[in-house]
Design a protein around this ligand. Structure first.
Ligand code: HAM
Length: 421
């Protein structure tokens, strides 16, 4: 027997309706925000993700990198943003649209330690608003993230926001963090000792040192914002206050990727049984990536939600948000002679847009019936030799158990009348 790759999962036929409905809702809600879908490849040349400025664990330690048969270095995307920006720059979308608002839905790959809500192949839906540094666009992204969660009826969700400030503020913050952690270097975990040299911000989201006193007492980036960065963040908050969304300022929120500046945010769920992976989504502003990829000096802001985590949350709150496929009609035959008329009838039922099926494995009537009931068909249409000779069939409502004889010529009308009620 073969097994699925560690950290991956199958969406089985009885589960896929939830995915389809979630994707439908995403598209419906995002269109309200004037966003269109972008689809970029799952693999990119490695340099798209492995940029010099990106020292996050996600990129340096968790990417799936490989050489193709022509020795090109490729990476399976660990997230959506970098590929979208690569595409935006490659196609010079900035030349035709001042602001490009896009969304995407698709799989990403990270070599992480798998657990509930954390996989090596996982789906994200994400949005990017590219081409503007306007702080009210940061607010719009947070509003959208909140609105989305609200429309899914997910409760006990907290929106946390923070600001890392512009490049200058960020650099000052890095210095302040280095000075803060240096006296505690020996007591930090090995990875954090290295982070202290290269990228002290990353110490703040270390899982090992999360409760280290020096981490708990570390300064906040808010303490080191310069005037223009403070102003940017003020405008974001003022715009958020124009809505009824609940947000909290989380002064230590820095996020796990290095490309952010100014606003960062996360949406956490406090749902029982959700486990450690309670961040549903997150994002923020990034000001340098477009230029780093060879485009103009333009800012962008976006976020992404983990689809598995959304589904875990919806299911643990028992929110009934999608229905499995329901079968309207199931055809049963009483003899071999009835199989061809059954094929014809099935074809006509589907032409009339009913969800219909018949049996392909059971010859005996009893077996067919069992299968029809297992599939919870609303109506059974029984093709019997004698009735068929009179151009009639038996139609049974499986709920009321009422059975009637119906002329074949009026069957579609009959079902229409019953099923549309
Ligand atoms: P991220 O925080 O790395 O951000 O991922 C966003 C969301 O993806 C997480 O909050 C989580 O729900 C889900 N996620 C991440 N890793 C896993 C995993 N291994 N298994 C299951 N779910 C996971 C980004 O990816 C940024 N690109 C977001 C962004 C867009 N920022 C600006 N624009």
């Amino acid at each position: 027997m073969n097994y699925k790759v560690k950290g991956t999962y199958d969406v089985l036929p009885h589960e896929s309706h939830q995915w389809i409905e979630l994707e439908r809702k995403i598209r419906e809600i995002l269109s309200l925000y004037n966003m269109r879908e972008i689809r970029t490849p799952m693999m990119e040349y490695s340099q798209v993700f492995h940029r010099e400025s990106e020292g996050s664990d996600m990129v340096t330690k968790e990417t799936y990198n490989f050489l193709d048969r022509s020795n090109r270095e490729l990476t399976l995307r660990p997230e959506g943003t970098a590929g979208v920006i690569r595409s935006y720059v490659e196609h010079k979308l900035y030349a035709t649209q001042e602001l490009e608002k896009v969304y995407y839905i698709g799989p990403n790959f990270r070599y992480e330690r798998p657990q509930k809500g954390r996989y090596r192949q996982f789906y994200q839906f994400g949005v990017e608003a590219i081409g503007s540094s306007d702080p009210k666009l940061d607010a719009e992204m947070i509003i959208l993230a909140y609105d989305f969660i609200n429309r899914l009826k997910l409760k006990d969700v907290v929106v946390k926001i923070n600001s890392l400030g512009d490049d200058a503020s960020r650099a000052n913050y890095q210095k302040a963090l280095t000075a803060h952690f240096l006296p505690h270097k020996e007591t930090l975990c090995k990875d954090c000792q290295e982070r202290l040299e290269k990228n002290p911000l990353r110490i703040l989201d270390c899982k090992v040192d999360a409760q280290h006193p020096a981490v708990l007492s570390a300064p906040s980036p808010l303490d080191l914002l310069n005037e223009s960065s403070k102003n940017h963040f003020e405008i974001v908050k003022e715009h958020l206050k124009e809505t009824d969304i609940h947000f909290v300022i989380e002064p230590k929120l820095v996020r796990g990727l290095d490309y952010y500046s100014h606003t960062v945010f996360e949406v956490d769920a406090h749902i029982e049984g959700f486990g450690a992976q309670n961040t549903l989504g997150g994002g923020g502003r990034y000001q340098n990536m477009i230029q780093e990829m060879g485009g103009p000096d333009l800012g962008a802001v976006g976020f992404a939600f983990g689809m598995e985590r959304l589904l875990i949350a919806l299911n643990s709150l028992q929110i009934d948000f999608s229905k499995d496929l329901e079968l309207d009609v199931y055809i049963l035959t009483t003899s071999l002679e009835m199989e061809k008329p059954a094929t014809k009838l099935l074809y006509n039922l589907r032409k009339a847009n009913w969800v219909a099926d018949m049996n392909y494995t059971q010859k005996a009537f009893k077996g067919q019936l069992r299968q029809a009931l297992r599939l919870k068909a609303k109506y059974l249409v029984i093709l019997g030799d004698e009735e068929y000779a009179k151009q009639t069939v038996s139609v049974k409502n499986t709920e009321t158990e009422v059975q009637e004889t119906v002329a074949l010529s009026s069957l579609i009308e009959y079902l229409k009348d019953k099923l549309e009620k």
